[in-house]
Write a protein that binds this ligand. Structure first.
Ligand SMILES: C[S@@+](CC[C@H](N)C(=O)[O-])C[C@H]1O[C@@H](n2cnc3c(N)ncnc32)[C@H](O)[C@@H]1O
Length: 298
């Protein structure tokens, strides 16, 4: 997608959902280098327990999700929206599980393949270029499915979670962390806080945690946990660290000469912070299981 078309599409919620494949692909083509430079190989927020480094907090957050899914070395696990495989690498090393990462962005997968090879994990991690809305896997293929902040990029959440449930085997576990709105937001709150977050991050729409629960139940999963991750530590430190990085970037430049991608990331970072501070945006996590015997028709 041309950059000018991308700028038009991200402004409009209907276009964002309709053209999500090209929009998301273009967004991650634009931002992947900056993400890696400023955040590392894991493209999600971290839960901080104190003054640990970002890298440690990211690793601990990934281990927290691996623990919540009780990942073990004999498991076959799917990472949906795997980025450049930072989480898959950490989780494969931590749990010994076999991980399949699926991603719609070819540029990220090229980097991911390189990193997996550098870590000597080619026998443990397999990477697949595909749209997570229509995954090229058989029903009941995985013992576990996890997500770090990729569900927010999906245009139709009900169909997306249906797809995740489809590839999970009966008895399998579905865990993750993603972007959610607070409950019962007014139209004004959605316009002021949520819409800018979507626009600056190529996110078609964001649902609430109670909507997530409804989606998961409607696709036949049993939900054990759906909560704000702030129950487990501090998240504001993500933005404190980001602020330092942004300040360092801007220091050498006249602000209005900031490259457009960095400008989009900077505005996006502040939009998220405004959302968190206003209580309209949350990072949520869930833990659910596919019952061993699904009800008829599910
Ligand atoms: C915020 S990044 C998170 C990446 C990774 N989970 C991590 O934490 O490092 C979102 C990821 O989802 C991927 N993604 C977005 N929409 C997708 C889709 N429809 N199908 C597959 N991957 C998708 C993006 O390409 C990107 O890698």
């Amino acid at each position: 997608m041309k950059k000018s078309d991308f700028q038009t599409v991200v402004q409009d919620p209907i276009q964002r959902a309709k053209k999500y494949q090209e929009m998301v692909g273009t967004y991650f083509d634009l931002v992947t280098d900056s993400y890696r430079q400023h955040w590392g190989e894991s493209f999600h927020f971290a839960i901080f327990s104190g003054s640990e480094s970002l890298k440690d907090a990211l690793t601990n957050t990934e281990r927290f999700i691996a623990n919540s899914g009780q990942f073990r070395s004999d498991m076959k696990i799917l990472d949906v929206g795997c980025g450049v495989a930072g989480p898959a690498i950490n989780i494969a090393i931590y749990s010994g599980a076999h991980i399949t990462g699926v991603n719609i962005n070819a540029q990220q997968l090229e980097i991911a393949n390189q990193l997996v090879e550098e870590h000597g994990l080619s026998d443990k991690i397999e990477l697949v270029l595909a749209d997570a809305m229509h995954m090229p896997f058989e029903n009941d293929s995985f013992d576990a499915v996890y997500i770090f902040e990729a569900g927010c990029h999906m245009p139709d959440k009900a169909n997306f979670y249906q797809e995740c449930a489809r590839v999970l085997r009966p008895g399998g576990v579905f865990v993750g962390i993603d972007w959610f709105t607070a409950e019962n937001l007014t139209t004004e709150q959605k316009t002021k806080y949520i819409e800018p977050i979507c626009r600056y991050h190529a996110v078609p729409n964001i649902i609430s945690l109670s909507d997530l629960i409804k989606c998961l139940i409607s696709v036949g999963l049993t939900v054990e946990v759906a909560e704000n991750i702030e129950n487990h530590g501090n998240i504001l430190r993500n933005w404190e660290l980001m602020d330092t990085t942004i300040a360092q970037n801007i220091r050498g430049l006249i602000p209005w000469l900031l490259p457009s991608t960095l400008k989009m990331l900077t505005k996006g970072g502040y939009a998220l912070l405004d959302g968190v501070k206003s209580g309209t945006f949350i990072l949520g996590r869930w833990q659910a299981h596919k019952p061993v015997q699904l009800h008829e028709g599910v």
